[in-house]
Design a protein around this ligand. Structure first.
Ligand code: FE2
Ligand code: FE2
Length: 269
């Protein structure tokens, strides 16, 4: 019987598939870390108050990258090359979602619209990260090998998502609501496609490494397509809502920056 738990267990039990899994994860996290670092450096004057949070966000993602590398090291392995068709971040960029790496490599300050684009991209991708980690935490949170790593990362991803909700609601109240909702819709619809394609890419490689039978590979691919259909038919809407999180200032920098007084009131949009 195929279950998420048995599937992950199989991937984690085999060195080659565990190596690919951790390498893809480490690469995605490191890209996120780099992006946030650059965004923090390029924030426009009007958005400098976000700098500490963006830096913290980036530092967390870098830490996650190191955690995945550490898991590999523990098993005596180095990271493997990440196949292009499993590179979630780059595929999203290819569809024009989020800020282009070209722009982030430059030294032109970002515009306010760029900051909206960054937060929207994060709102959508952090939801995915948070959900994936919740699933892993549910099945492997107590695992002696990866449990601690999974719990730490899961907590952080939840905080990143909360931060995106809070900041986007603040900007919506400042009059950018329409723009934010348009960007959220566009990003979510692109993300679900990229997620489907990356899932298919990852699963086909895992199948090769683990010698899956045709029916097993076909069943998994069918499951990925079915999830896409569910998301396309309405599941995507969960990625575009904005709700004030229970935990405010999830990245914990307001007290330090003195911005605590400007905290937003709770309400859903
Ligand atoms: Fe992360
Ligand atoms: Fe994150």
């Amino acid at each position: 019987m195929l279950s998420a738990k048995s599937l992950f267990q199989e991937i984690f039990d085999n060195d080659a598939s565990f190596r690919l899994f951790c390498s893809i994860a480490a690469s995605g996290e490191a890209q996120g870390g780099w992006e946030n670092g650059r965004i923090a450096a390029l924030l426009p004057e009007s958005k400098r108050h976000l700098a500490a949070k963006v830096v913290r966000h980036g530092a967390d993602e870098d830490k996650h990258g190191r955690i995945f590398q550490g898991l590999l090291k523990k098993r005596g392995m180095e990271t493997a090359e990440v196949p292009e068709d499993t590179d979630y971040t780059m595929l999203l960029e290819g569809l024009g979602i989020g800020l282009a790496h070209e722009k982030l490599r430059g030294d032109e300050p970002l515009t306010e619209y760029d900051v909206l684009t960054y937060l929207v991209h994060s709102r959508v991708t952090e939801q995915r990260a948070s959900e994936e980690m919740v699933l892993l935490r549910k099945h492997f949170g107590d695992d002696p090998g990866i449990g601690r790593a999974v719990r730490i990362i899961s907590q952080d991803e939840d905080n990143h998502l909360a931060y995106c909700h809070e900041e986007l609601l603040r900007l919506a109240r400042e009059g950018h609501g329409r723009e934010i909702h348009r960007l959220l819709r566009e990003s979510a619809l692109a993300e679900i496609r990229v997620y489907r394609d990356v899932s298919l890419g990852v699963m086909s490689r895992m199948g090769q490494l683990l010698g899956w039978s045709r029916p097993k590979a076909a069943a998994l691919a069918a499951g990925i397509h079915a999830r896409y259909v569910y998301e396309r038919l309405g599941g995507w809407r969960r990625m575009v809502s904005l709700t004030m999180p229970e935990r405010r200032d999830a990245l914990g920098t307001d007290a330090a920056s003195g911005a605590g007084a400007a905290r937003a009131e709770p309400h859903a949009a």
